[in-house]
Design a binder for this molecule. Structure first.
Ligand code: ARG
Length: 590
């Protein structure tokens, strides 16, 4: 439901015309599409494409129409008068070409400048949304896959927030439970018999700690036994073991939080351990519904069309990743009253979630129809690859530490800022802040701009290039517009009150129309949970501004200065909204 989408407004208008043209056909949905330029030329702004299919419906019946073109002409004739539409014409076999009124475009844009861009926000049909993202595992590495989940999840959260969800929960489902803790604790006690000696610097690199304990686990049978007994003690709640577990988790958390802080991402943690007491009661409910059965000593749920079942209880009576997720969905739907429950993980986990959702549908806890509410959605993403086309790793084939990666992005940006001619004019703080905004923004944008389902190649040189579709290029475009306004010496707030927008030059009109199309692109990006759609829009905006408008329309000192400054300001407002949604901090001077 979004009145600010141009397509929606046109659909309403053409819906009325279709009703008047075909009073007998009540169920015809208006088909409105934005026109795409061919060889740089666009014949119209939008098209209504109903004539051909309507003709197929009425052909042979008793009507006034002799061909699809005459249907198109009928649609144009019956269009109610509107300030939005300048003219309509029928092309080819019956396409209705729609040209919008430039006066209307200018007024709509000016209204946004006064009311703010939030007046363009669509509304979500649901109020309580939860996005489960990032969700790294304690002691195991927080790898680049988690970086993708963090970046994509945060952007989706920002997008759905913009759609006015009353409550949007950013959930960190941290992996803090499982058999690996027996091993870690046993190793900890061996290395530090005195618990007071345990601290962040003592354990140092948790990943190395995990590796060393795993090595011992695999090679030393006594240690293995000890580790297995430690799990039991931990799960029974032995205070000494709980404390050690807590210490290990806290050290991991400190590491995670460093990454979140740099990325400007906030998450609310509810770790796997939280659901542990809820697993048995959830399974009991599913047992009662007859979903759970015995299979070779394990308790499982079979899903139609899938060979392997969900293992709800392992043969040794223990729980696993799926058991926890069965309970977490139950909790979210019933205690937190979540209407839309979204999971952001690599595509490899698609089946895990697909099976869980199907089990829930079988239980009657989710509507049969996948589009009904409450609903659960898995948002998958591809792998992060290195230049060699293999999984992204360091040279010594370790997983890349995320903090190192962000450090490197910042370091490179700082180096190139310091090389600039105007480097002396910058304070140290400005350089720090700017290199962080550009560096971290570049890492995010490189990930977000491609369709999340495809694999993506991590490459610093590419993402930090100031030409092409990169965040650096976008930051330059943004900073340049800021400097145009600064140079004019005009007070924008005053212009917004007293000036008016006029779109006489073709490139002014093109830019303004693209700005007005923000909402419909955003809606498309949201409905498929695809941030790359928004990135493409933003990149096109920067291109239209730079290559068309700014190349052909003088701003400062021209007779059209006021109007053009307002157009610059509108561009900034929309650009910044896109930056915000993508989690990128804009730079005001470069
Ligand atoms: N910890 C998991 C991983 O690293 C992701 C968890 C996703 N959320 C969930 N509820 N299963 O792959």
């Amino acid at each position: 439901n979004c009145p600010s989408s141009l397509r929606k407004q046109l659909a309403k208008l053409f819906g009325e015309s279709l009703k008047a043209t075909f009073p007998g056909e009540s169920d015809v949905l208006p088909m409105i599409d934005a026109c795409v330029a061919k060889n740089g030329v666009k014949f119209a702004d939008y098209q209504c494409n109903n004539a051909m299919s309507l003709w197929a419906k009425v052909k042979g019946k008793q009507t006034d129409f002799k061909n699809p073109r005459s249907v198109g002409e009928g649609i144009v004739k019956n269009l109610p008068p509107s300030e939005m539409v300048e003219s309509c014409s029928v092309a080819g076999p019956g396409f209705v070409n729609i040209v919008l009124s430039k006066k209307w475009i200018a007024q709509s844009l000016q209204r946004m400048l006064t009311d703010g861009i939030d007046s363009w926000a669509p509304r979500l049909p649901v109020k309580r949304v939860l996005i489960d993202f990032s969700s790294p595992n304690i002691a195991k590495e927080m790898h680049v896959g988690h970086l993708r989940s963090t970046i994509i999840g945060d952007t989706l959260a920002r997008m759905l927030e913009f759609c006015q969800a009353d409550s949007l929960i950013r959930r960190n489902h941290i992996g803090d439970w499982g058999t690996q803790f027996g091993m870690l604790i046993a190793y900890l006690f061996e290395k530090y018999p005195n618990p007071e000696d345990v601290n962040e610097s003592a354990i140092g690199d948790l990943q190395a700690f995990y590796k060393a304990s795993k090595l011992k686990f695999d090679s030393d049978p006594d240690f293995k036994l000890n580790a297995q007994q430690s799990v039991v003690k931990l799960q029974r709640g032995d205070p000494k073991y709980r404390t050690a577990w807590q210490q290990i988790c806290d050290i991991s958390r400190t590491e995670f939080n460093k990454v979140y802080k740099r990325l400007g991402v906030h998450l609310e943690e509810m770790p796997e351990s939280f659901y542990n007491p809820l697993i048995a009661p959830t399974l009991e409910k599913l047992e009662k519904l007859g979903l759970v059965e015995d299979s070779e000593g394990a308790r499982v749920i079979f899903i139609e069309g899938v060979d392997i079942p969900i293992i709800a209880v392992k043969r040794d009576g223990g729980y696993n990743y799926s058991s926890t997720d069965l309970a977490s969905i139950w909790y979210r739907l019933n205690v937190e009253n979540i209407e839309w429950n979204i999971y952001v993980t690599d595509v490899g986990q698609w089946q895990h979630f697909d099976m869980l959702f199907k089990a829930y549908r079988r239980a009657g806890w989710l509507p049969k129809d996948e589009n009904g509410y409450p609903k659960c959605t898995h948002v998958g993403f591809g792998l992060v690859l290195g230049d060699d086309g293999k999984r992204f790793r360091t040279r010594s084939s370790e997983t890349v530490r995320l903090v190192d990666l962000l450090d490197e992005a910042k370091r490179r940006c700082k180096a190139s800022l310091l090389e600039r001619d105007n480097a002396k004019d910058w304070t140290e703080e400005e350089i720090e802040k700017t290199s962080e905004a550009i560096g971290y923004g570049a890492v995010k944008y490189a990930d977000l701009k491609i369709n999340r389902l495809t694999n993506y190649t991590f490459n610093f040189d590419q993402m930090l290039n100031d030409k092409g579709n990169t965040a650096v290029y976008l930051q330059y475009a943004h900073a340049r517009i800021c400097s145009i306004i600064r140079k004019s010496g005009k007070n924008i707030e005053e212009l917004k009150r007293n000036g008016s927008l006029v779109l006489d030059h073709e490139d002014e009109r093109t830019l303004a129309l693209h700005l007005l199309q923000f909402t419909e692109v955003f809606v498309e990006s949201c409905s498929n949970l695809l941030p790359n759609v928004l990135c493409e829009y933003l990149y096109n905006l920067a291109e239209i501004f730079t290559k068309k408008f700014y190349s052909n329309c003088q701003v400062v000192g021209s007779p059209e200065e006021t109007s053009r400054l307002l157009l610059c300001e509108s561009t900034l407002v929309v650009m910044r909204k896109c930056f915000y949604l993508l989690g990128i901090e804009p730079v005001y001077k470069l």
